[in-house]
Design a binder for this molecule. Structure first.
Ligand SMILES: [Zn+2]
Ligand SMILES: [Zn+2]
Length: 463
């Protein structure tokens, strides 16, 4: 993208709107579409059933024995919802607990963020890591269920460490406390600070996300960017001497109309959203200043970059038509999530063997129109972010009060522990099973080389 008029000097946290969701009746946050929408998923015949994974029973029993310790942690975070970068109670609860665990070293308030933390077990390589999200949403509490994400990642990290210790497997486990997923991009700050690659040399990053639709091993999210657009014109008397003015609002309206036309020529999965925040001072003054905030999303970073060029052209057109000066300022951006197929395969093998019986597909890629900073992590290291269903009243989806209520239930807690067992199993297999780590890395290299491969689009809408 030509960035000649786009500056990048604002922190995502500076924008009070935070992370903007696409609300569609048939799409939910971080989750795959309903069965009706699943035509975009690549389904094929079930693979042959493999023998149960080696460490299943040990992991499952260990996590079951953690239930009494983890329930109060999950409940405390849920019942004290905190916004991004202010997750003080969650940070205290999680770090205090991890400090009681033998063999773990905990760094509170890591990398310059009050509520980030790093907990480490073991040394050497490979290095398997888990991200614990913990932020809530304004006014509606834990309506994205991040208390369950934190609980699942803590349980999985501890179970992985237990297996490494018991079987004397040389590897390292890192649990990151990752603040502000809902717009602040805490994981991006950790990435930029070198936490994942330079300092801890992470081989894989694992996390899971609750939803209200069926469980899935591989979930993609959209790449998105949010930016402010400003036009600077010149005042003049709107009746007596309008020809002496430069109308900034006209520039913005011209651009907005250009975007409306562009929307007819976009691809399936492209999203352009926007609102006008400043529309001039008074009708009898030629508007010297107009501004708005816009969001663009697509299934892949590559497609988003292509779309952004077209969007930026619309804003340039507004400036050209009116003589106003254009300024575009990036407010925040998340990359699309690229799930790792080999890790998904290991996860599904464990998950499917647990009770009650279920059968998720390790090779099925489900797409979400939402976005997550785990997407940025997936571009740095191999990543998996399975989706899991929790029971909600009247089918309430994420980012609703009903989902906030559901994420605090014992049933949801039980679901997240099952997911934790799958995550731990995947991590242990990466360490212990010959050839798995190499396949994980090859999958990741292929995903980075051909970023469209995992975007979930069918051939009819191929980018
Ligand atoms: Zn959310
Ligand atoms: Zn979320």
């Amino acid at each position: 993208m030509d960035t000649s008029v786009m500056s990048f000097d604002l922190d995502p946290k500076d924008d009070p709107e935070g992370f903007v969701m696409v609300d569609r009746p048939d799409q939910t946050h971080h989750q795959p579409p309903t069965a009706v929408e699943s035509r975009k998923s690549r389904r094929c015949e079930p693979p042959p059933k493999l023998p149960p994974p080696v460490y299943l029973t040990e992991i499952s029993t260990y996590i079951d024995n953690l239930t009494t310790s983890l329930w109060p942690i999950n409940k405390t975070i849920h019942d004290n919802p905190e916004l991004g970068f202010d997750e003080v109670i969650a940070h205290e609860t999680l770090t205090a607990f991890m400090e009681t665990q033998p063999g773990w070293t905990v760094t509170r308030s890591a990398y310059g963020m009050t509520t980030a933390f790093v907990a480490i077990y073991g040394s050497g390589s490979p290095v398997v890591s888990f991200n614990a999200e913990m932020d809530a949403l304004p006014g509606i509490g834990h309506a994205c269920g991040h208390n369950l994400i934190a609980t699942a990642s803590v349980a999985a990290a501890l179970a992985t460490a237990y297996i490494l210790s018991k079987h004397q497997l040389p590897a390292k486990v890192v649990l990151f406390g990752t603040p502000a997923e809902e717009g602040g991009g805490g994981k991006i700050k950790l990435l930029n600070a070198g936490a994942y690659t330079r300092d801890h040399k992470i081989d894989i990053s694992l996390i899971a996300h609750p939803g209200s639709v069926p469980d899935a091993a591989m979930v993609t999210t959209t790449a998105y960017v949010r930016f402010r657009v400003e036009y600077f014109g010149r005042e003049a008397h709107a009746a007596a001497e309008p020809w002496k003015g430069i109308n900034a609002l006209d520039a913005l309206i011209t651009a907005y109309n250009g975007l409306s036309v562009l929307r007819q020529q976009t691809m399936a999965g492209d999203v352009i959203q926007g609102h006008i925040t400043d529309g001039g001072a008074a009708p009898n003054i030629i508007h010297a200043y107009a501004a708005g905030v816009f969001v663009v999303r697509s299934h892949s970073q590559k497609r988003l970059d292509e779309l952004l060029e077209k969007v930026e052209a619309c804003f340039r057109a507004g400036a050209l038509a009116t003589g106003a000066t254009l300024r575009m300022t990036r407010l925040g951006a998340y990359r699309n999530h690229v799930p790792n197929r080999t890790i998904a395969e290991r996860y599904a093998r464990y998950f499917n063997e647990l009770d009650p019986p279920t059968r998720i597909r390790e090779d099925q890629n489900e797409e979400s129109f939402a976005s997550s900073d785990q997407g940025d992590v997936s571009f740095a290291v191999p990543s998996l972010m399975p989706g899991f269903a929790i029971p909600t009243r009247d089918g309430a989806g994420p980012h609703t009060p009903g989902f906030a209520e559901a994420s605090g239930t014992r049933e949801a807690f039980g679901r997240c522990l099952r997911v934790a067992k799958g995550l731990a199993g995947a991590a242990v297999d990466v360490v212990a099973v010959d050839g798995v780590l190499e396949r994980v890395k090859e999958d990741w290299r292929r995903g980075m080389r051909d970023k469209e491969e995992y975007n979930g689009l069918g051939e009819d809408v191929a980018v």
